[in-house]
Design a protein around this ligand. Structure first.
Ligand code: ZN
Length: 59
């Protein structure tokens, strides 16, 4: 599976430009094309799972 075709959720490091995704990937600066805009792409199941857990706040 080509993970680069998936939309990952993550945080972009302001110092390096790298994106650390919720599923544990580190996308080098420049390769991540707006990973937070799920347009014509499949959402990464790993990121979505972590996102759901995080959003629920563990309550
Ligand atoms: Zn992901």
């Amino acid at each position: 599976m080509d993970s680069s075709r998936l939309v990952h959720r993550g945080k972009k490091s302001w110092w390096s430009g790298n994106v650390k995704t919720l599923c544990g990937l580190t996308l080098p600066a420049g390769t991540a094309k707006a990973p937070w805009f799920p347009i014509l792409l499949k959402a990464c199941p790993g990121c979505e799972a972590v996102h759901q857990l995080t959003r629920n706040g563990g309550k």
